[in-house]
Write a protein that binds this ligand. Structure first.
Ligand code: BES
Ligand code: MN
Ligand code: MN
Length: 464
């Protein structure tokens, strides 16, 4: 396939490809909030329609216990290899909405220092509508230019942002039509627009909720304060005690299964460019922090963590109310690394919290969704095809990196389908995923559409 076929088609259809994405971004497909259910379905319908227009067959909304999976395929020859594209059409809630500079579901294009050609500002612009839609457009490009070299199956889900718990059973039920050779996913990031990279790891996740109960009712904090345990004070101390002075997690057994990297592997990792001063400046922090003995890249890439995502209780309204509350709550997540297991870690956490709680309070611990960590080999037909494709369009060989985020279903692809996933992300960590003012560079969007067909080309060639 000539590169010019790709660039010509892209240049002639750029504007439409952008407008279609903008339309998709206008539908608020927030999976965490049931009030958006109708919009979630509307988004799935839109993705289905777009896949049909691009030339896919057997396109349908396939029901799950939760939001439907958009499925579609193009089988050009059963003897040829098959690429399975995974992505998600659901998005994170837009809150806090008042921190957005423009409404989250009214996409606008603005220039930034990092994106001088412009970036699309909208919830889901990068995570994952923008990145998912690159695959639909790359497929259209290959169909319309007669250059699709192998079979393709699309599996676009609507519950990634809430843990993908209904997708596992769906995959098991649909094993037959999910026969393929590799899973291709654009839902991660590259280091910078002039420094391509490919994630070769994802962290797992164990997500817990804790409820601490002190007295049976809210009390006057003067009348009772000092003599009765305050559940918020207790919870804060319990959370603080989860780390020691070296920022090591103190839950017994927490590190038992952690796979330590060799010196050589860590040296290899350190080759990826990272500018600590830029990092601090970007986040407006005077100093980074984390587990002793590891640098920032290692702390997010190869080490497990424990973080409070939300904590509440007592009085948080205007002014001051003197109260000794009856209850305190926290949502606590732990990011996991290979070989840790989310169920085992959830259990260790629960036991630890129940055991260390003082007798003055009652503690209830429940587990939310989880996901298992993943490592991707750099020595596979899929990785090599991705690497060659990026090298060609960026003019630089991509660096293998360890992503700190999680995509819960990826471990299951391996377990149930026996397939490796290629984390072919094109976003930037600074694109404000999950935050106000999420955006996606136009450069990144078009670069993805340009690079993906080359993956198909090199992957197919290697399987001949
Ligand atoms: N696309 C992200 C994951 C990601 C982002 C991986 C950047 C690597 C780099 C995904 O949509 C996500 O946010 N996952 C959640 C998982 C969860 C809701 C179960 C996460 O990591 O918090
Ligand atoms: Mn995502
Ligand atoms: Mn996300």
């Amino acid at each position: 396939m000539e590169r010019s076929i790709i660039t010509n088609y892209l240049n002639q259809n750029k504007e439409r490809m952008l407008n279609e994405l903008l339309d998709l971004l206008k539908i608020p497909s927030v999976s965490a909030d049931s009030k958006f259910k109708a919009d979630v379905i509307k988004t799935a319908e839109a993705v289905k329609q777009r896949l049909i227009e691009a030339g896919a067959d057997k396109v349908e909304l396939s029901e799950t216990k939760g939001n439907p999976v958009v499925y579609g395929e193009k089988i050009i020859d059963p003897k040829k290899p098959t690429v399975i594209v995974y992505g998600h059409y659901d998005v994170q809630p837009a809150d806090p909405i008042n921190l957005w500079n423009s409404p989250p579901f009214e996409p606008v294009i603005k220039k930034t220092d990092i994106h001088p050609e412009g970036a699309i500002f909208a919830r889901g612009a990068c995570d994952d509508k923008g990145q998912m839609y690159m695959h639909v457009k790359a497929f259209e490009l290959m169909m319309k230019t007669n250059t699709l070299p192998c079979n393709v199956k699309f599996m676009i889900e609507g519950e990634e942002e809430v843990g993908s718990s209904n997708l596992g059973p769906w995959i098991i039920e649909n094993k037959n039509r999910l026969k393929g050779d590799v899973i291709l996913i654009s839902d991660t990031s590259i280091i910078a627009n002039d420094t391509p990279s490919i994630d070769v790891g994802l962290r797992g996740l164990a997500y817990m909720e804790v409820e601490v109960t002190g007295p049976n009712r809210d009390l006057h904090s003067g009348v009772y304060g000092g003599a009765v345990a305050n559940p918020i004070n207790v919870l804060c101390k319990m959370i603080a005690d989860c780390h020691d002075e070296n920022k090591h997690i103190t839950i017994p057994g927490f590190y038992d299964d952690v796979l330590e990297l060799t010196k050589e592997e860590r040296a290899e990792m350190a080759k990826a460019p990272f500018d600590l001063e830029e990092y601090k400046k970007d986040l407006d922090i005077a100093e980074e922090q984390g587990e002793k003995g590891y640098n920032s890249m290692e702390r997010t890439g190869i080490r497990p963590t424990l973080d409070v995502n939300g904590i509440w209780g007592g009085y948080t309204g205007e002014g001051a109310k003197t109260v000794l509350p009856s209850k305190a709550f926290a949502k606590i997540s732990m990011r996991l690394v290979p070989n840790q297991n989310s169920h085992k870690i959830s259990e260790l956490f629960q036991k630890h919290f129940e055991k260390t709680a003082p007798k003055s309070v009652k503690v209830k611990v429940t587990a939310h969704h989880g996901g298992e960590p993943v490592v991707v080999s750099t020595n596979s037909a899929g990785y090599n095809a991705a690497s060659r494709a990026m090298e060609e369009t960026y003019g630089k060989k991509p660096v293998p990196t360890r992503g700190g985020g999680s995509i819960p279903i990826v471990a299951l692809f391996k377990k149930e389908l026996g397939l490796d996933s290629i984390l072919f992300g094109f976003g930037l960590d600074s694109d404000a995923l999950h935050s106000p003012n999420e955006h996606y560079g136009l450069f990144n969007y078009y670069k993805g559409i340009e690079t993906i067909p080359l993956f198909y080309k090199y992957f197919s060639e290697s399987k001949k």
